[in-house]
Design a protein around this ligand. Structure first.
Ligand SMILES: [Zn+2]
Length: 138
């Protein structure tokens, strides 16, 4: 049965508050809140919210992703594809997040630059909470 996971993520210079929700889905598809007619392949939906407060306003960025396991060729390393769920006409950003014996990385611009990113932090937290399989062995 569904088990919603959520947690805060460490703040960054850009966003003082960050957090995620992860909901496993049945049937191998993830509903797209921006495109109800088309579900995306995946085992769960990850929603990441980032917020910052200025003197004038609060800015919030919310992104939803379909999470799909990817093959790494070894149980010592796991990889997940995060496909951004957006409007039908929008190009779909897909990032690959990896972790295990061969290190952690994400293919997003921040991850590519070697910076910690929200995708890696969220997926690591979901794995730590038992929501997704992690790497096995050493
Ligand atoms: Zn990333």
């Amino acid at each position: 049965m569904p088990a919603l996971l959520s947690a805060d993520l460490p703040p960054t210079r850009t966003y003082a508050r960050r957090g995620f929700y992860y909901l496993p889905t049945a049937g191998g598809t993830v509903p797209n809140p921006h495109d109800p007619d088309h579900a995306a392949p995946g085992v769960g939906q990850l929603v990441i919210a980032c917020a910052r407060e200025t003197r004038k306003e609060v800015k919030v960025a919310v992104d939803a992703y379909a999470v799909q396991p990817a093959d790494t060729g070894t149980p010592r390393q796991v990889a997940y594809l995060l496909a951004k769920l957006g409007p039908p006409a929008a190009p779909a950003d897909v990032y690959q997040v990896e972790g295990g014996a061969y290190g952690r990385k994400c293919s997003c611009p921040a991850g590519h630059a070697g910076k910690p990113c929200k995708h890696l932090a969220s997926v690591a937290a979901v794995i730590a909470a038992g929501g997704l399989p992690g790497p096995r062995g050493r």
